[in-house]
Every structure is written in structure tokens, then in C-alpha cells.
Design a binder for this molecule. Structure first.
Ligand code: MN
Length: 348
């Protein structure tokens, strides 16, 4: 990644342009990194007396650059738009003074009037919430450290080599940070897609301890966590089908567990490309996740067979973690292409 001091200067320059009465929209991803990023920024800005702020997020199965989101943003006429943890694409929005993107995915371009603050490429592995924390700390805006940490642990786990990480993990304890992070992730994984609860859970906290007390939010999130655990247990033993070094696992769950199942198999079949396809998450669609431990680019792998598409959230993300949501027909076509390609390779 670029030098943090340099990035924070760019950040300060752009963030200081915002007037107290400006309309600000924070558009954020819905996983623990996204939700904690959005809330971290929201809390910093409200403390600084910016009053006209809303947090919005993509719907189930939607990404941050869909037509619906574009229309929603254009009709609510923000002066400033923050894009958190949603990647960066060269899409244009009307009449927005500035778009500030904070992210760690591989950028595909930048919107007009956009400034991208990115920790890509790693190392160090710095998630969006952690990058937001580091940037805001660097410019003395006093961000809440635990909000940065929750997303970092959600995306990259407990053994990260990032600034201040060791001391923060010690301060808040591995077990507790992991719990909170997985509670937030559970809200977006269950079929209810209850982001309002995970947002309120974090917004209502003044310090990390508040997240560990028995609240209505926590009760709900604990229930979601159980639902997901049970469902993962149910599907994790599904036998893969193999095409050369590609393992395909087909499941049928209403919950967003395909990334977890792919992750589990990634660690079992270390020399394989793992594709977990979920036929039950969205009606008439196949939602799939690709993971691998191999030193290859899954983005390039997938793009060999399919054109990346924003509407299908297809073929973006990370070199070792990507996926998409496609029609059944397109899915079977993809499998056919992979089969043909690998049979030819076998013969060569
Ligand atoms: Mn992230």
C-alpha cells in the first residue's frame, strides 16, 4: 500500500472541504468490515458536529454500484459521498461535490469527482474499517479504535501484521473481538438480512464493553449466529465434484453461507480452486464464492470464462476471493466452459 502519512494528507485535504451543513451520505458494505467502517466514520463526523448524515447500504445480493443505488444517491443529492468497503469503479454520479472512497479491494477505476484512499495492494493486510481508523487517527479526528479492529478481524482474522494491531487485540481480547465481529457478520448472512440491527448495535455503543452487554440487539444477533452455525454444520460435508484441480461444491441454503463453505474446503483441499455454489440464496440465481490457497489470481481465472459485471457482482474483489450472482443458465454455461477448457488442457 501507499505510505500512510501521504494517504492521510490526501484524506485531510478532502475531508476538510466539508461544511457542517453539507449533506453527507455514507454508503457502506454490510459485513463486519463495512458496518464498522460506516459507523466509525459516522461517529467521528457527528462528534465533529456534522449533522446531515445518513448511512445507506446495498440490498441483499446487490453491490454498491447497482442502478438502484445510483438512483437512490442521485435523488438524495448529497454534497459528499463516502464509499466504504465496496470496491472502486469508474462509475459516474450526478452533482456530487466529492466522492471519497475508502477501500482495500482491487480498484477497477475511480468515479468522477472521486478520491480513492486504498490499502491495496497488501501487505500489510488492512481492511476498510482499519484503514479508516488509521487515517482518522493520523489526522487527530479521534476515531474509536474498537470499530477499526472489529472489521480488521472480520476480514483478516486475529494474526495480522498491521500498525497498533497487537496492542489493540490485547486491550480488547481476541475472544471478544471475534465474537462481536461474527455477530455483525451473522446479521448479513441470515435470510432476514438484518443490517438495521447490526448498525444500531454499533451506533449505540460508546465503548467496546457496551457491545458485550445483553441488549435487544445482541440477543437478535446471537440468534442469527446460531442459525448460521447450524446451517454451516448441515452443508459443510457436501461432497465436491472435481474438474481437474477445481472442486465444486453445490449447496441449497437460504442463508449466505457459500463463502464460509468455500473457505472451509479451501483449507482441506489446499491445492485446489474451490467453488461453492448456492442455489437457494436468491430466487432463480446461483450465488457462488471462489477461494483458493494456490498462488494464483482468481480474478483472472474467472475472467477467462466470464466478463466481470457490476450488476451480477461478478468477478471482483480479491485475488484469492471472488464470486458472483448469476442466472442458472449462465452458471451451467460457466461449468461447461471450465470443463472444456480443462479437458483441452489435459490433452495438450
Ligand atoms: Mn472489507
Amino acid at each position: 500500500m501507499e505510505d500512510l502519512t501521504k494517504l492521510s494528507h490526501i484524506f485531510l485535504e478532502n475531508i476538510s472541504d466539508i461544511n457542517k451543513k453539507d449533506r453527507i451520505i455514507i454508503l457502506t458494505h454490510v459485513d463486519s468490515d463495512g458496518v464498522s467502517s460506516g459507523v466509525l466514520l459516522y461517529k467521528v463526523l457527528t462528534k465533529k458536529d456534522y449533522k446531515n448524515i445518513d448511512i445507506i447500504y446495498p440490498k441483499k445480493g446487490e453491490n454498491g454500484y447497482s442502478e438502484r443505488i445510483k438512483n437512490l444517491i442521485n435523488s438524495s443529492k448529497p454534497d459528499f459521498l463516502f464509499f466504504m468497503d465496496l470496491g472502486s469503479y469508474p462509475l459516474n454520479f450526478d452533482n456530487i461535490r466529492k466522492i471519497i472512497l475508502i477501500d482495500h479491494h482491487k480498484p477497477e477505476g475511480i468515479p468522477n469527482n472521486g478520491v480513492l484512499l486504498s490499502s491495496f495492494p497488501p501487505p500489510p493486510y488492512i481492511s476498510t474499517s482499519y484503514l479508516a481508523y488509521l487515517l482518522l487517527k493520523e489526522i487527530n479526528y479521534n476515531p474509536k479504535d474498537y470499530l477499526g479492529l472489529i472489521g480488521e478481524v472480520g476480514d483478516y482474522g486475529l494474526e495480522v501484521d498491521a500498525p497498533y494491531f497487537k496492542e489493540l487485540i490485547k486491550k480488547y481480547k481476541k475472544k471478544n473481538i471475534s465474537l462481536v465481529s461474527s455477530l455483525i457478520n451473522s446479521a448479513r448472512r441470515v435470510k432476514e438480512f438484518d443490517i438495521e440491527t447490526s448498525l444500531k448495535y454499533l451506533i449505540n455503543s460508546e465503548n467496546f464493553e457496551d457491545l458485550l452487554i445483553d441488549s435487544v440487539y445482541m440477543k437478535k444477533l446471537l440468534y442469527y449466529k446460531d442459525v448460521i452455525k447450524e446451517d454451516v454444520d448441515k452443508w459443510k460435508r457436501t461432497k465436491p465434484k472435481f474438474i481437474k484441480n477445481i472442486a465444486i461444491i453445490e449447496i441449497n441454503s437460504p442463508n449466505l453461507i457459500h463463502p464460509i463453505i468455500a473457505q472451509i474446503w479451501r483449507n482441506v483441499l489446499e491445492k485446489y480452486i474451490i467453488i461453492c455454489a448456492n442455489f437457494g440464496y436468491l430466487k432463480d440465481k446461483v450465488s457462488f464464492s471462489i477461494r483458493t490457497n494456490l498462488d494464483i489470481s482468481l480474478l483472472s481465472f474467472l475472467r477467462k470464462y466470464l466478463k466481470p459485471s457490476i450488476e451480477e457482482d461478478l468477478g471482483f474483489g480479491h485475488e484469492r476471493a471472488t464470486g458472483g450472482i448469476i442466472d442458472l443458465e449462465k452458471w451451467f454455461d460457466l461449468i461447461k466452459k471450465i470443463e472444456n477448457d480443462n479437458i483441452e488442457n489435459n490433452e495438450a
